[in-house]
Design a protein around this ligand. Structure first.
Ligand code: PA5
Length: 431
């Protein structure tokens, strides 16, 4: 279950009449999503895939993932932006931080760092502890097939795969791309790579519940049916009513329109570090257009209290905060001690880390509200696949509604093309 606790934000609303007007815009935006009548409505496939889940594709993902899990020591997911952040978010949230089962999972294609790629191929070459070679599988994920970061990394890694595995390389390379066109479809046909389709009507940052996210997540040993089940549940619930999302969207919109420019999205559970990064992209690429939107900043606590905490507490009062809060303890791990330790921490003996962390969270929220920062808490009942599925849909719907309230198309990213054009010109690309 996901609950949006808006108490720490609502108290900052002073003009209740104006807030009522903003709230009625949220209702209109919600109806636009339901009726598929809003801007960019041809991109609402992230709802369609939950209304009518594609069983065939799901089975294909599961069987491929179980084969990879049996045979691979190392699995590389090669993609960027929406073709990478969702899988990483779910895997990091639900796996041990020191992955001790299944293939090692590495990411590539999400930047242009040559050193990383060079070291990655050296690492692939390095034998295992028993002296045998690593068994490597590679999944390239790119809807367009033309994103430079991913395409270049895939060129390097694909060559390595063909050189290493010869005729068997094709069995170890998996392509996840749009239904037709593009260089990846051509390669899959030419070399016989297994292929997964990203539906036309699902945009990158809304694609985590398609094979884009599901294959790497399943390779990590996470139950993708549970993940989907959670998302479908939330979808069905929100078809009836989405009051908490509307309240949250209205408040965020009111803050934006009253001059807040930053939304610091963090969690006291380090497992959610990549998840807040996924939300950052989902919101940032969706709302940051036409001079509108709040800049979403991903943070991880309590680590970042020792870096940006000062700024949040006493810096320019131009921000709001959103905390992802996991309600049930992820572990019962406790502080031990017999009252004779020299470190002065015996007052914490017998307490769980969850309890200590929760006190740190509550203390931080109290202090930040006192410091003038409106605070939202998005409470996740437990950190498991089902709740994460719910959370994914919660944020997808929230994003669509919120961005419609700004009268902006949430599903395109025209500004991203500008850097690409300038970069390609400098690189001397023709055409
Ligand atoms: O949300 C988006 O659409 C983007 O972040 C894309 O996912 C990202 O640019 C990668 O695109 P592609 O999958 O075409 O390589």
């Amino acid at each position: 279950m996901i609950v949006a606790n808006t108490d720490g934000a609502k108290q900052f609303i002073t003009n209740t009449e104006e807030f009522k007007r903003v709230k009625s815009r949220a209702e209109v935006a919600y109806q636009q999503v339901l009726a598929e009548k809003g801007l960019g409505s041809e991109w609402l496939g992230w709802r369609r895939i939950l209304r009518n889940p594609d069983k065939e594709s799901l089975e294909h993902v599961e069987s491929k993932a179980s084969r990879i899990r049996e045979e691979a020591d190392l699995f590389i997911s090669c993609g960027i932006g929406g073709s990478y952040l969702g899988a990483r978010a779910v895997i990091e949230a639900l796996s041990s931080p020191f992955r001790d089962e299944g293939p090692e999972i590495l990411f590539a294609g999400h930047h242009l760092g040559g050193n990383y790629l060079e070291k990655l191929t050296e690492y692939l070459e390095k034998p295992k502890a028993d002296g045998t070679a690593k068994s490597v599988y590679l999944n390239v994920i790119s809807k367009s097939g033309s994103t430079l970061e991913t395409a270049l990394a895939f060129r390097v890694l694909r060559k390595w795969m063909h050189r290493t595995y010869g005729a068997n390389a094709a069995d170890r390379i998996v392509v996840t791309t749009g239904p037709h066109g593009g260089v990846l479809n051509k390669m899959a046909e030419t070399y016989g790579y297994d292929k997964f389709v990203i539906p036309d009507d699902v945009g990158g940052r809304f694609s985590v519940l398609t094979p884009v996210g599901l294959l790497p997540v399943a390779v990590a040993g996470i139950n993708i049916r549970e993940l989907l089940y959670g998302a479908v549940n939330k979808f069905l619930e929100c078809e009836e009513s989405a009051d908490d999302i509307l309240e949250y969207a209205s408040l965020r919109c009111a803050f934006q329109e009253s001059g807040k420019v930053l939304d610091v999205i963090g969690s006291f559970d380090p497992e959610l570090r990549a998840f807040t990064g996924w939300i950052q992209q989902l919101l940032g690429e969706s709302e940051g257009k036409e001079g509108k939107g709040m800049f979403p900043v991903s943070a991880s606590y309590s680590t970042d209290l020792h870096s940006i905490g000062q700024m949040i507490q006493q810096g320019k009062r131009n921000m709001i905060e959103t905390f992802m809060v996991v309600h049930n303890p992820i572990t019962g791990y406790q502080v031990t001690g017999n009252g004779e330790e020299i470190d002065g921490l015996d007052y914490l003996s017998g307490k769980s880390f969850h309890e200590i962390n929760s006190n740190a969270l509550d203390g931080t929220i109290e202090a930040h509200i006192e410091g003038g920062v409106p605070v939202f808490q998005i409470v996740i009942e437990a950190l498991d696949a089902r709740n994460l599925g719910e959370l994914i849909y919660f944020y997808e719907l929230f994003t669509a509604i919120y961005v419609y309230m700004l009268n902006v198309n949430p599903f395109n990213q025209p500004g991203v093309e500008d850097y690409k054009k300038a970069m390609f010109r400098k690189l001397g690309k023709e055409g």
